[in-house]
Design a protein around this ligand. Structure first.
Ligand SMILES: NC(=O)c1ccc[n+]([C@@H]2O[C@H](COP(=O)([O-])OP(=O)(O)OC[C@H]3O[C@@H](n4cnc5c(N)ncnc54)[C@H](OP(=O)(O)O)[C@@H]3O)[C@@H](O)[C@H]2O)c1
Length: 302
């Protein structure tokens, strides 16, 4: 079956992204020579997966350059993709010897310097979307909004957003500058955003979240605890009955939420991304959706 991934606009006047976005966190672990990276991106594009998720820190500050090398080899790719990146975490790294402790930095100076460095590494002159990676206790909402605004006015960043923010933190910053998304962890292994107002608040504002680690970072397959085993068995039963791949059912479960989460894949295997895309065409019955929730939480709804 050849299926093209649908597209989604995250909010009024927000970015239009592919309904499934490809996460690049693990790209340096895939050990792909540059031509394979080009082929990987092209195969994603053939399926309609055009959005690639990065952060300055991924791969010990290495993924953006590795991805950027593919764009340097095949420059025509840039106009066909959306690049998302993040800033605000400072890791201990031999690449950043000035960092004495792992910490957050959401000062305007760091946000702007980090975005400009992401542009250099990726070999592009704009990011489609820049996110603050984690909420920072020292974050000054006015200062972050001002830095975002300067990047937008300079044409370096088209849209801005956040990641791992609470509903309240999101709304504080969103009152100052239009945020395109809140990228949060969500899967049957981690269902918190459904119950802590994160998704409800975004639905109310008409803003689509992005969902990271949809397989719990692989724990859905590798963990041998009861929760993972139950979720696996229930999804497999539904997948067999619907004659759909396991992953398509899982991604459909995430996308069925009315806040319209955009799942991020984590795999370097094209087959895994294809199954995720196929999930955009799977409709789960309400009772099947709740079967997966029951397995995820280990109890019935009240
Ligand atoms: N904003 C944030 O704070 C944040 C945090 C973490 C991640 N992210 C983003 O979210 C993206 C996705 O996160 P993720 O990589 O954790 O996604 P994930 O889909 O939950 O986990 C991917 C991992 O699961 C493994 N996996 C997939 N299918 C498997 C199977 N059948 N059996 C065993 N293992 C399997 C993958 O290995 P294979 O490659 O072998 O398939 C990969 O190592 C990241 O790339 C990044 O862009 C954002």
């Amino acid at each position: 079956m050849t299926l093209t991934c649908p597209r989604i606009t995250t909010r009024d006047n927000g970015p239009t992204l592919s309904r499934i976005a490809a996460g690049m966190w693990r790209m340096t672990e895939w050990n792909m020579p540059v031509q394979e990276r080009v082929a990987f991106i092209e195969q994603c594009l053939d399926m309609g997966v055009t959005t690639f998720d990065h952060a300055d820190i991924y791969g010990d500050y290495g993924v953006e350059a590795v991805f950027g090398d593919a764009l340097r080899v095949q420059p025509s790719l840039r106009g066909r993709i959306e690049l998302v990146s993040k800033c605000g975490i400072k890791l201990i790294s031999s690449k950043r010897p000035q960092h004495g402790i792992q910490h957050y930095d959401t000062s305007a100076a760091h946000i702007i310097a980090s975005a400009e460095e992401s542009l250099r590494q990726l070999g592009t002159d704009y990011l489609d979307l820049l996110l603050i990676h984690r909420p920072d206790p020292l974050m000054d909402f006015d200062e972050v909004a001002e830095a975002f605004s300067r990047l937008q006015q300079g044409g370096k960043v088209r849209h801005v957003g956040v990641s791992n923010f609470t509903r309240h933190q999101f709304e504080c910053l969103n009152r100052r500058i239009a945020l395109a998304t809140n990228q949060v962890e969500f899967s049957p292994m981690v269902t918190t955003p459904m119950f802590d107002q994160t998704f409800d608040g975004l639905q109310d504002l008409g803003i689509a979240p992005m969902a990271w680690s949809p397989l719990g970072g692989g724990r859905l397959f590798s963990a041998d605890d009861a929760q993972a085993a139950n979720v696996r068995a229930v999804i497999q039963e539904i997948a067999d009955r619907l004659q759909q791949p396991f992953l398509s059912v899982l991604f459909a479960w995430i996308m069925m939420l009315p806040s319209r989460p955009i799942p991020l894949t984590g795999t370097g295997r094209i087959a895994g991304i294809r199954d995720a895309v196929q999930g955009t065409a799977v409709e789960l019955a309400r009772d099947d959706w709740f079967r997966i929730l029951r397995a995820a939480r280990g109890h019935e709804v009240a």
